[in-house]
Write a protein that binds this ligand. Structure first.
Ligand SMILES: Cc1cc2nc3c(=O)[nH]c(=O)nc-3n(C[C@H](O)[C@H](O)[C@H](O)COP(=O)(O)OP(=O)(O)OC[C@H]3O[C@@H](n4cnc5c(N)ncnc54)[C@H](O)[C@@H]3O)c2cc1C
Length: 377
C-alpha cells in the first residue's frame, strides 16, 4: 500500500509534470491543474544539466529529450570585443553520470510537450485553463475546489505552481522571491553553424553575453545586465535593446545580432532567489520546484532541482504507507540542504559579478556544486 492513492498537482511545469509521471506510473490517480489554456507561450530555451537528464531518464523521456534537444560536454569562455577570443573551453561536469552528456539545450515548449504527453500517457489528467479556487484540509485529506466549480478529495495537494505560487500564499507562507540585481534578455534565434555548445562572454558593458544551442537549427541567446524596469518596452524595442547591448560582443554574436527580429521571442526577466525555510509542507499540502525555491540560472540548476523535488517526493509517497511526519522529515532532509546550497551558490556567483570581485573562487564553487548534484538526490 502506498501513502497516497489520489493526488492533485497545481502547475504543469517541470516539477508538476515530473511528479504526475512518477505518481501515475506508481498507480496513483493524478489530477494536474494548469492555469494556462494550453502548452503554448512557454518561452524559448532552457539549459539542462546532467542531473536533470538523469531524472528525465527515470521519467521515461530521456530518449525523446535527447532527440529533440542539443547535447554537449564543454562550455566556452570568450572575451568581449570584435574577435571574441576563446580563452578556454572547459569540460562541463557530467553531473548525471558518465551515461549522460554534461548538458542539453532544449526548446522549452518541446520539453513541456514531452513531459505532458508522458504524464497523460500514464493516466494523469491535465486540466488546462483551470486553477485551485480554494482548499481545506484535515488529518486524512484535502478537499479541493477548482475554478470550474468541480470539487474533489485528495490524499495530497502538491503546489508546483512556480515562482509566484498561489498555493504558497494560501498556506500563509510569507517567503517571496527577491530580486538579485540582474536582469536577462533572451531571444530564440537560428543557430550559427559554428555554435556547438554554450559560450559565455564575461566582461564588457554588461555582466554576461551567452547562448545555448537547442537543436540543429535553433538556439537561444541571452544578455545579462543590471536589473532595470524594461517591462514597458514593446517586443520591437526589446530587439533594439538586445542589438545595442550586444554590440560589444563579436564572434557568433555578430550573426545572432543580424538574425534578431520580430519573430525572435525576445523577453526580459529579473533574476530572483528564495527558499522556503524549514518545511515545504503544511499538513497534506506541499510545495515543490520554484514554488519552494528559485535561483538565478547562473549554474542552470532550476529545472534540475524542480525535477529532483518531484523524484524524491514521489519515491517517498510510493515507498511508504502513510503521509506522516517521518515522511516529511525524510523529504526535507533529502531536499532542503541540497536545494539551499544550489540556491546560495547561484546567488553568490551573480553577487561576485555585481560586486566586481576579481579573486572569487568561481571554479572551486562550480566544482563543489557539481560534486553535490552528481550524487543522486
Ligand atoms: C531567466 C531564467 C532563465 C532560466 N534558465 C534556466 C536554465 O537554463 N536551466 C534551468 O534548469 N533552469 C532555468 N531557469 C529556472 C527554471 O525555469 C525553473 O527552475 C523551472 O522551470 C521551475 O519549474 P517549476 O515546474 O517549479 O515551475 P514553472 O516552470 O514555473 O511551472 C509552474 C506552472 O504552474 C502554472 N501555474 C502558476 N500559477 C498557477 C495557478 N495558480 N494555478 C494553476 N497553475 C498555475 C504555470 O502556468 C506553470 O505552467 C531559468 C529561470 C529564469 C527566470
Amino acid at each position: 500500500m502506498t501513502a497516497v492513492s489520489r493526488v492533485a498537482i497545481v502547475g504543469s511545469g517541470v516539477a508538476g509534470t515530473a511528479a504526475a509521471i512518477l505518481l501515475a506510473e506508481g498507480g496513483v490517480d493524478v489530477d494536474v491543474v494548469e492555469i494556462k489554456p494550453d502548452l503554448t507561450a512557454l518561452g524559448s530555451g532552457i539549459t539542462l544539466q546532467g542531473n536533470a537528464l538523469r531524472v528525465f531518464d527515470r521519467l521515461g523521456v530521456w530518449d525523446e529529450v535527447r532527440e529533440a534537444g542539443y547535447t554537449f560536454d564543454v562550455v566556452g569562455l570568450r572575451t568581449p570585443g570584435p574577435d571574441a577570443k576563446v580563452i578556454a573551453e572547459v569540460p562541463d561536469a557530467p553531473t548525471g553520470g558518465p551515461e549522460y552528456p554534461a548538458t542539453a539545450g532544449m526548446y522549452r515548449p518541446d520539453l513541456a510537450r514531452i513531459l505532458a504527453d508522458r504524464a497523460t500517457e500514464l493516466g494523469a489528467r491535465i486540466h488546462y485553463g483551470t486553477t485551485v479556487a480554494s482548499f481545506t484540509q484535515d488529518a486524512d485529506g484535502v478537499d479541493v475546489t477548482l475554478s470550474d466549480g468541480t470539487t474533489g478529495r485528495y490524499d495530497l495537494l502538491i503546489g508546483a505552481d512556480g515562482l509566484h505560487s498561489a498555493i504558497r500564499a494560501q498556506l500563509g507562507i510569507e517567503t517571496e522571491p527577491q530580486r538579485t540585481g540582474m536582469g536577462i534578455w533572451r531571444a530564440f534565434v537560428p543557430r550559427p553553424k559554428d555554435v556547438t555548445h554554450t559560450d559565455l562572454y564575461y566582461g564588457g558593458p554588461i555582466y554576461i553575453a551567452g547562448y545555448c544551442p537547442t537543436s540543429e537549427e535553433m538556439m537561444y541567446a541571452y544578455l545579462v545586465e543590471p536589473a532595470q524596469d524594461r517591462h514597458l518596452l514593446t517586443p520591437e524595442q526589446g530587439v533594439e535593446v538586445m542589438k545595442e547591448l550586444s554590440r560589444a560582443y563579436g564572434g557568433p554574436w555578430n550573426e545572432i545580432r543580424e538574425s534578431l527580429g520580430a519573430d525572435s521571442r525576445v523577453n526580459y526577466t529579473w533574476f530572483t532567489t528564495h527558499i522556503v525555510p524549514d518545511a515545504w509542507n503544511r499538513g497534506r499540502v506541499v510545495l515543490i520546484g520554484e514554488a519552494a525555491h528559485s535561483c538565478p540560472p547562473t549554474i542552470a540548476q532550476g529545472a534540475a532541482q524542480a525535477a529532483e523535488d518531484a523524484l524524491v517526493l514521489s519515491q517517498l509517497l510510493l515507498g511508504r504507507d502513510a503521509v506522516d511526519q517521518a515522511l516529511w522529515d525524510e523529504f526535507h532532509a533529502r531536499r532542503l540542504p541540497r536545494a539551499t546550497e544550489v540556491v546560495e551558490a547561484s546567488v553568490q556567483l551573480g553577487r561576485w559579478q555585481i560586486d566586481h570581485v576579481q579573486d572569487a573562487d568561481v571554479p572551486g564553487m562550480m566544482r563543489r556544486i557539481a560534486t553535490l548534484v552528481s550524487r543522486p538526490a
